[in-house]
Design a protein around this ligand. Structure first.
Ligand SMILES: C[S@@+](CC[C@H](N)C(=O)[O-])C[C@H]1O[C@@H](n2cnc3c(N)ncnc32)[C@H](O)[C@@H]1O
Length: 586
């Protein structure tokens, strides 16, 4: 399976198509067992179907639904791979005992990470407010990738522990109260902690005097050689008074921080004003995924999120140079993830593909001809020619051996049938005759549509000469849909004349209207569109298609994308010139 892929579909089917032992890390954040309507996030056809699937029964049903999926995840993980399953109090105990312990084994259970996702609030219920989620961490075997993670020291630790400053001339002093309070230190200083070097247990062999300083009661923690080496590296702090104790300097800029444990209270949920906020309820913070991905994978590894949602895992995996596969049953989730990737990608980003249920007519129709021919022959179950030339216009063979010709166009005419018939006869006379005798097709022509002349000629050949040519439309082989159409209207809104700062700016309402037989899902807006950089949305999800934006004097390119229920999209760019009045330019 090619890497870096967004796939629309029920993850069960898609997981089954992934080869065993190929994935390094799986993070899943399945819908929780809460039976509430707000659990439906996107509200499109795919998600509603999945919601109903899970809800046709109680807890047992939910566990069964999830278990068959986790079984596939276990199969596709590499022996060195791990899984992180994110859930909450509703079903966590069942998930651990009934699914994870059974599939991965208790010996491969590492942690139940508790993520404090919200602040406590006054709950009307007679119980403690639920403000944490659980993330189960299991590996497939006992040899797995694990990288220790660190967080920054908390302010109190810094205050209490890192109290000394060292300057370029070697002088050392304690921090002043002001420096401690403000945590601001002179820019040429290095901050350090003076660490005790006394051994916790009696060490008679480490009781030695060093440079006239006596040893601690139970001896030093280090041998004389280590002490000399630390001294050579200027890592020892000698007190003025020889009766004092030598201390070890630990520079703050050399510390990795504090080792991360299994209680995570330093990552806050995606707040309303956060830059990464896309605007759907279950969005997880990037920092959470960053920790998981760094902890259990390395650069170049493959990360899979089978319940991808708005693509937090995918966006972070991409930033951390991992390969990735994201699956979601909602077309809207897939498209939102794609927009999110487009926003963060640049020229050097790795390519990716998006697999929807239906193919876009325009993309297929105007695809590279040779690529299209071999792809559609394979989709038809045939074998494509490997060479582009010397094939008499034939592009492959069907399962019954008869030749196939592909025409990447519409309204195929009668001349195509004439040429095809003679090419087929020349190609393999014997096969041609046996197929006529057996009343089997002598060949297949694949095209987007066929004209009346071609259809009549095929009928004539069948009647009068017993020669069957099968005309196959692309749509009979793969599902095709046509992009949604979109139109945009602008209305100038009254502006506040008293506001001096906004002199010259115009407040404009943009109203987009899309149409598609599949139904429109949402709109997405880029108010500073630059065709070379691509579509970088500022408003990701706009269900209504209405935005108000203030344009200053000058030229503006505003782009809006419309996405339908099949995940197909279209874009409209509005060019406005604002100079005392609003002018729409072509
Ligand atoms: C809780 S959300 C994931 C949120 C995600 N972690 C994020 O940060 O955006 C769960 C997602 O699972 C998807 N989903 C539910 N059932 C599914 C199924 N059977 N196959 C694939 N995706 C499914 C839903 O459409 C929804 O987007």
């Amino acid at each position: 399976m090619p890497i870096n892929k967004l796939i629309l579909g029920d993850n069960l089917e898609i997981l089954k198509s992934i080869e065993a032992d190929t994935i390094d890390l799986i993070y899943l954040d399945p819908p929780f067992f809460s039976n509430r309507n707000y659990e439906v996030i996107w509200g499109d056809a795919g998600e509603i179907r999945s919601f109903q699937d899970r809800w046709s029964g109680g807890m047992d049903h939910y566990i069964g639904w999830l278990k068959e999926r986790v079984e596939e995840m276990h199969r596709i993980l590499k022996p060195t791979g791990s899984i992180f399953l994110h859930c909450d109090w509703h079903a966590q105990a069942y998930i651990q005992v009934e699914i994870l312990d059974k599939l991965f084994g208790t010996s491969n259970f590492h942690n139940k990470i508790t993520w404090k996702r919200a602040d406590t609030h006054n709950d009307a219920k007679k119980q403690l407010p639920n403000v944490t989620d659980d993330i189960f961490y299991y590996s497939k075997t006992d040899k797995f990738i694990f990288n220790t993670q660190y967080t920054a020291h908390d302010p109190q630790t810094l205050r209490d522990w890192y109290q000394y400053l060292e300057f370029p001339d070697g002088t050392v002093r304690k921090m002043t109260k002001e420096e401690k309070d403000s945590q601001i230190i002179p820019s040429d200083s290095r901050r350090f902690n003076a660490d005790n070097m006394a051994s916790p247990n009696p060490r008679p062999n480490l009781m030695y005097e060093y440079k006239g300083y006596g040893y601690p009661v139970k001896g030093w923690r280090y041998s004389l050689e280590t002490m000399q080496q630390l001294d050579a590296e200027h890592k020892l702090l000698f007190p003025e008074d020889k009766k004092g104790r030598i201390m070890r300097k630990r520079y703050l800029d050399e510390q990795k921080g504090v080792v991360v444990g299994d209680g995570w209270d330093d990552i806050s949920l995606v707040r309303a004003a956060s830059n990464e906020r896309i605007g759907y309820p279950t969005q997880k913070p990037e920092a959470l995924l960053e920790r998981i991905i760094k902890m259990a994978s390395n650069e170049g590894d493959t990360v899979l999120d089978p319940f991808m949602g708005g693509g937090t895992t995918i966006a972070v995996a991409e930033k951390l140079n991992r390969q990735w596969i994201g699956i979601d049953q909602s077309a809207m989730a897939v498209k939102v993830t794609e927009l999110r990737l487009q926003k963060q990608q640049d020229l050097f980003s790795a390519p990716y593909t998006v697999q929807l249920h239906k193919y876009d007519y325009d993309t297929l129709r105007y695809k590279d001809a040779f690529q299209f021919e071999s792809w559609i022959v394979q989709q038809f179950g045939g074998k494509a020619n490997t060479k582009q030339r010397g094939d008499m216009g034939l592009d492959g063979k069907a399962v019954d051996g008869a030749p196939i010709q592909v025409k990447r166009s519409d309204n195929i005419g009668r001349n195509v049938i004439d040429n095809f018939k003679s090419a087929v006869e020349r190609f393999d006379k014997n096969l041609f005759e046996t197929h006529i005798a057996a009343k089997q097709p002598i060949g297949y022509i694949i095209a987007f549509s066929f004209g009346k002349g071609a259809i009549e000629e095929v009928a004539r050949l069948k009647n009068k000469e017993d020669q069957i040519i099968r005309l196959v439309t692309v749509e009979e082989i793969v599902p095709i849909a046509v992009k949604p159409v979109i139109g945009v209207h602008i209305n100038e809104l009254e502006k506040d004349e008293s506001d001096q700062r906004s002199a010259g700016t115009r407040k404009i309402e943009f109203v987009a209207a899309g149409q598609s037989p599949a139904g429109i899902e949402f709109y997405s807006w880029d108010f500073t569109y630059d065709a070379e950089k691509g579509f970088k949305p500022e408003v990701f999800i706009d269900k209504e298609g209405k935005q108000i934006y203030s344009c200053r004097t000058g030229l503006h390119n505003i782009a809006v994308k419309v996405v339908d229920n099949d995940g197909l999209e279209n874009i409209e760019v509005i060019k406005l010139k604002i100079n005392g009045k609003i002018e729409q330019v072509k």
